[in-house]
Design a protein around this ligand. Structure first.
Ligand code: ZN
Length: 97
């Protein structure tokens, strides 16, 4: 006997759901939705935690770590981080002086 795999686990889950009753399903769905929301906001926070600090890739003005916009060109922190990552991917380490 081996441990239940993917499809078998799903069947077990369905049986457990039937045993515990459909009354709990809306509650379960709601808590799952909340978890999804929190997961999304967590992702957003993680994204904003990327360093904005340093020279802006658009105008080379120094951007403070906590700023939401570039003080030089007004680009959002998201834009700056995305552009930094794009530029970083385009030119591997060691190429720039
Ligand atoms: Zn800028």
């Amino acid at each position: 006997m081996s441990l239940p795999g993917g499809p078998e686990l799903l069947i077990v889950l369905v049986v457990v759901m039937l045993l515990f009753g459909a009354k709990r399903l809306p509650q379960l769905a709601r808590s799952m939705g909340q978890a999804g929301k929190e997961f999304k906001s967590g992702l957003k926070e993680g994204y904003q935690a990327h360093p904005v600090e340093g020279p802006c890739p658009f105008c080379n003005v120094e951007v403070p770590a906590e700023s939401k916009f570039c003080p030089g060109c007004g680009k959002s922190a998201d834009d700056i981080v995305a552009e930094k990552e794009r530029v970083g991917a385009a030119s591997p380490n060691g190429k720039n002086p």
